[in-house]
Design a protein around this ligand. Structure first.
Ligand SMILES: CC(C)(COP(=O)(O)OP(=O)(O)OC[C@H]1O[C@@H](n2cnc3c(N)ncnc32)[C@H](O)[C@@H]1OP(=O)(O)O)[C@@H](O)C(=O)NCCC(=O)NCCS
Length: 311
């Protein structure tokens, strides 16, 4: 099957493939046409160009009868974040119909070989192909509904590193109000996460007296969430880093308190649903989420390229 470099004029064809591919998912952000082209190459979480640090980016298409049937892109993270360290090579997007799986298998080694020239510390598969929203929402994990993509990655030398669950809360099913949190203080934080406009990004933390940040203050809640996707058809709350850091405060109702507050705040900000990823064996968190109206919508998988055996 002929393989060539992606051209901007391929955008429309690849976008159509993407729409068809994501149609099989129960929930995803509707990425607009104009956003789509650049998102095919950017590293995950990072929308703001000033936060964008990747090199060795490559995008290839496979064609049949001059028609694009598959797209694969990848690159190297130059400056890492707390999830992906600098020097990580990545497969960014795999966009194709299941019937073009062989084309994906043909493209993958070419992208991997290109990125390997830049000596990545490791090579992972994430984002576009894994992330229907092209954003933090389910980044780094491939829905089991796209098992054929997972199979292409396995056939190209990747292995599964993590298994998780994707949960979604459609707010029409839960409408709870904030509870009181005395003597702990619930602090509302606005900040910029992963290049998202602070206007859309908020989090909540619980503080113990004397209620201030910095050394010496015990954080009994460190929930921060937010990330309303600007320009997406549906605003949503993506929950990230939900943890009660001091474990002596766990199991006392604080997690539920902060979660309810964030869900409430999100609705006040116009979010239509909330979503999150959790480990497949994190039953404590799953109990909490499900009792607050979240439902499991898919199993997810993260991938890493197996190390080459030294001869
Ligand atoms: C998950 C976490 C945030 C929950 O916060 P928490 O304050 O401990 O939970 P709560 O006391 O509010 O309990 C809420 C619900 O969680 C579940 N739960 C809490 N502790 C549990 C336990 N030991 N075993 C089973 N379920 C438990 C229960 O469903 C509980 O509801 P119930 O009290 O009506 O039975 C907290 O335990 C934590 O920080 N865990 C480690 C980090 C983590 O796993 N984060 C989630 C990432 S996706």
């Amino acid at each position: 099957m002929p393989i060539r470099k992606y051209r901007p004029s391929d955008n429309e064809a690849v976008y159509k493939l993407y729409r068809r591919q994501t149609a099989s998912l129960p929930f995803h952000h509707n990425v607009r046409r104009d956003q789509f082209g650049s998102d095919l190459f950017t590293t995950r979480f990072i929308r703001n160009p000033s936060h964008h640090h990747a090199k060795a980016k490559i995008g290839l298409v496979a064609t049949a009868n001059n028609r694009v049937v598959a797209f694969v892109s990848g690159g190297l993270v130059l400056k890492g974040d707390e999830v992906v360290s600098a020097g990580t090579g990545y497969i960014q997007a795999i966009i194709a119909e299941p019937s073009a799986a062989q084309a994906v298998r043909d493209l993958l080694p070419r992208v991997i070989a290109h990125v390997r020239k830049y000596q990545p510390k490791r090579m992972v598969a994430f984002d576009g192909c894994m992330c229907p929203s092209f954003f933090a929402d389910s980044a780094g994990s491939l829905p089991s509904r796209w098992a054929w993509i997972g199979q292409c990655l396995l056939d190209s030398g990747f292995r599964v590193t993590d298994r998780g669950l994707r949960l979604v809360n459609q707010f029409d099913k839960t409408r709870r109000k904030t509870a009181k949190s005395d003597p702990l203080k619930l602090l509302h934080v606005k900040h910029e996460m992963f290049g998202v406009d602070p206007k859309y990004d908020f989090g909540c933390v619980l503080l113990k007296p004397p209620y201030k940040y910095g050394d010496g203050v015990v954080w009994c809640g460190n929930f921060y969430a937010g990330a309303f996707v600007k320009g997406a058809a549906f605003r949503s709350l993506y929950m990230n880093y939900f943890t009660i850091i001091d474990d002596t405060y766990r199991g006392k109702g604080l997690g539920r308190l902060v979660l309810q507050h964030c869900l409430y705040e999100a609705q006040q900000h116009g979010a239509r649903y909330a979503s999150l990823l959790t480990d497949v064996d994190n039953f404590v968190a799953q109990n909490l989420y499900q009792s607050e109206g979240f439902e499991v919508v898919d199993n997810t998988h993260s991938f890493e390229l197996k190390k080459e055996k030294k001869r």
